[in-house]
Every structure is written in C-alpha cells, then in structure tokens.
Design a protein around this ligand. Structure first.
Ligand SMILES: Cc1ncc(COP(=O)(O)O)c(C=O)c1O
Length: 446
C-alpha cells in the first residue's frame, strides 16, 4: 500500500462552537478541553514547593539528565549570541548537515535535506502527529506526552501493551482493526528506543515484528530515539525501524538527554527519503513555520558543534552513560531489596519498579490502593517524588517511574565529580540519597 497523509477527519479539538460556561458569571469562557500540566513538570513543581517550605525532598520524578552543559558547548553558545535572525524553518544548513552526519555514523545514511530541526524533539513530535493525521498507536506504558499531544491535535492515542517502548505486534494488529471498525483509523505508531519510562531497550525481533504490522496496515512509524546514546552497554545491539522500514519511518533525536541540554530546546527529525518523506517534511515545515518559526539561532550553532561529535563531547557522553547506569542500577537494587519487581535498567536514568507483590501490605499499612496513592504517600509522607505508572498509560497496578539523574549533586562541582568517578555511588551526596531511599522503602514496606 502507498503511504499517504490524510487530512484530519475529527472535528477540531476543542469544539469552538461549544465553549463551557464559566462558573463565575461575567468572566470569559474557557475551552472544555483542558490539558493539564505534563505529569513530570507538575511533579517537579510539587517537589520545589516542598523544598521552599524547608522540607527535605528526594527528587526522583523529573526526567532531567542532571548534568552541567559541557564548557565547549557553553563557549560555542556564547560566541553565537549575535545570531539573532530567524533563519530557515528547517534549521541552519550546518546544523542539518551535522545532524545528518550523526545519523550516518549510526548506520542511518542521511541527507541534510531530510533533516528538520525544532525547539526540542517534543515540538517536532507534535508537528509530526498533526502532519500525519489520524489516530496514533502508542505502547502501554509510554512517555507521558505522546497521548497528551494526540489529544491536543484532536486525535486519540490507542495504548497497546508492549515492552521496551515497542507495542507488541499481535496486540497492535488487533487494536488497528478495532480502531478501523470503530471509524477511527490509526495512521501512525510511536516507538521509544530505548524507552522512557521503563529504561529498557526492545530487542531487534520486536522492532522487526512491529515494522511488519506497520507495513501491512500502512502506518507511519515515529521512532523516538532521544535516549539512543544512553544505552548503558555501548555494545548492546540497537535496531532502529528506520533500518527495516526506511520508507515509512521518521526518527527523532536531540541533545536534551545525551548532552543534558534540555533547557536549550533543540531537537531534530529525520524524514524518510522519497516522495512521501518530502511531502511529510513540507507539511511539518508548514506547522513549524506557524508555531515556532525556527529553533533559537545561537542554540543551533552550538548544536551543530554537538552533532559533529568532537572527541571531548563524545567522551562526555561515555562518562554520562556510565554514571546513569551506575546510579540507576543502585536504585533498582534498593527497590528489589524492598520486595518490588524491577526490570534491570538498560538505558538512561530510569527505573520502573512494580510494587504489586507488596499490594496487601501497602493496603493494610498505608491504605494504598493504586499507583497514584503510592506516589502520593511517598511524596507527602516521605518527601520522595516519583511518578505513578498511570501517568504513562498504565491501567491499574502499582508501578512507579523513578528518575535517578537528579541525585548527581546540588552543584556543578558535585556533578562533575560524579561524572568523573568510577564509583559514583560511594560519593557522600549520592550515597546519602541512596541510603535515604533504602530507609524510606524499609519504613514503607517493613
Ligand atoms: C521519550 C521522550 N521523548 C522526547 C522527550 C523530549 O525531549 P526534548 O527535550 O527534545 O523535547 C523526552 C523528554 O523527557 C522523552 O522522555
């Protein structure tokens, strides 16, 4: 089947013809479609409020990479401060060429013309969903923003059980048929390689099966590879669907995680070669031109240097990966020792413990009935910020998403020491946080 892009079939969302009456008369009316502040950002704000009240906090909610910007990149950004024109929507040519080189070195030969840059890959993902149209299939569990972004553009996200960020192929095929029968055809599927929230990497076979279903049902595959450089074992095989189904796969990446530049807001998308890819690129550029115009000029210049991967930045990524792996594994051990089931972390700075073996005990001792009440007890009684699995689409269960990268230190000196240490968990500030975690879990489950 040929890939096509369909115009939205759903009415615009929210329906502007039916605004909700405001409860206070005489005030403007607001849309019925409320998108709450993203769960990770909201948890961060709750933690900050606790800290401001002088209460201790163990910050395990926010998926921030927790490391300083490398001095080479700071200098490049400062040098580029005069770059104040909007520039092309797709991004400066040197940045697109550098991003193309980044992917080419990873086995995905890329033409600079196939690259679109944006203010974070999050914005590009939203643009892609809007450009492709139709509903979207996502893994249960998957990153908080996919489903929220689908809702923002009037689409439905269909959660499909899966592992390591990839929906199970049989479940996906069934979900696609059901959605089509209900008149809501799914046009794209998002995979996360490696995955947030689980910190796991799907094996090649799962990616291959996913690609077969995508081909049979004419889906666009959006492969979110923002954590690709942070697989703890650098020799672990990594399979991108762009290798298996190049004509229908868009890859997104960025600098927020591998180089801890989340606040610089720079992401990149690699569109497929050929007519479909060009059409999708043009539509994405149309959307970008009306929302963000172009990524920030000075950031683009520093990002071009980052994507060219000079040795000092490549070394930084190697050190970060080692640090993320050490601390995530140490945290996973604490949860396992307390009786939770914990898949071994394989990538990034995420741990995904499941407390269901402790369900009876948690209910009896703390009245905990859900992942939300578990997260709430941890925050309000112990000052430990985590996210419930439900934020990632889990339907029941007692899973938590634990992000460990904000344990690296309170100052840049501490974070650099963590980065350069062969045994970061023995540094007093990291050891102290891990001890506190152990204490809390012992009290919660003891
Ligand atoms: C899976 C996933 N994709 C995308 C993003 C967004 O990255 P960016 O900073 O490039 O917008 C995040 C950030 O948490 C993420 O976890």
């Amino acid at each position: 089947m040929a890939l096509t892009i369909t115009p939205p079939s759903a009415p615009p969302f929210p329906d502007p013809a039916r605004p909700l009456p405001h409860p206070d008369t005489g005030l403007p009316r607001l849309s019925p479609a409320r998108i709450p502040v993203s769960a990770t950002l909201a948890a961060n704000e709750a933690q900050d409020a606790r800290r401001r009240r002088g209460e201790p906090v163990l910050p395990l909610a926010f998926g921030e990479a927790g490391l300083p910007a490398h001095r080479t990149l700071r200098a490049a950004l400062a040098r580029a401060a005069g770059c104040n024109s909007y520039g092309p929507v797709a991004g400066h040519a040197p940045l697109r060429a550098a991003a193309a080189g980044y992917w080419t070195r990873r086995g995905l030969p890329t033409d600079a013309d196939a690259v679109v840059c944006g203010p974070g890959s999050k914005a590009l993902l939203f643009g892609l969903m809007a450009a492709i149209g139709g509903d979207v299939a996502v893994t249960r569990p998957s990153w908080v923003s996919y489903a929220a972004q689908a809702a923002l553009s009037g689409r439905k996200a269909h959660f499909v059980p899966g592992a390591g960020g990839v929906p199970d192929a049989d479940h996906l095929a069934r979900a696609l048929k059901a959605a089509r029968a209900a008149g809501n055809p799914v046009r794209s599927v998002i995979v996360t390689l490696p995955d947030n929230p689980t910190g796991r990497l799907a094996p090649a076979a799962a990616v291959r099966d996913l690609c077969s279903v995508a081909e049979a049902h004419d889906l666009v595959i959006i492969s979110d590879e923002i954590y690709r450089d942070l697989v703890h074992d650098p020799d672990a095989p990594f399979t991108s669907p762009a290798v298996i189904s190049p004509e229908r796969t868009v890859v997104t990446a960025g600098l927020s995680k591998n180089l801890a530049l989340g606040g610089w807001r720079l992401g990149v998308a690699r569109l497929p070669a050929g007519g479909f890819g060009r059409d999708l690129r043009d539509r994405l550029l149309g959307i970008g031109s009306e929302i963000w115009s172009a990524p920030a000029g000075p950031v683009q210049q520093a990002a071009a240097l980052a994507f060219s991967e000079p040795p000092e930045l490549a070394e930084r990524v190697v050190l970060s990966r080692r640090l993320h792996g050490s601390v995530a594994r140490a945290a996973a051990h604490r949860f396992a020792a307390a009786g939770a089931e914990v898949p071994a972390p394989q990538a990034a700075f995420y741990v995904y413990p499941d407390f269901s073996p402790l369900a009876d005990l948690l209910l009896e001792r703390h009245g905990i009935t859900s992942d939300e009440s578990l997260a709430s007890v941890l925050l309000h009684e112990y000052g430990v910020g985590v996210l419930p699995g439900s934020a990632f689409g889990e339907d029941g269960g007692l899973r938590l998403r634990v992000a460990t990268a904000l344990l690296y230190g309170g100052t840049d000196d501490e974070r650099h020491a963590a980065l350069n240490s062969a045994d970061p968990c023995s540094l007093p500030w990291i050891a102290g946080s891990l001890d506190r975690l152990e204490e809390v879990l012992a009290d919660l489950t003891g």
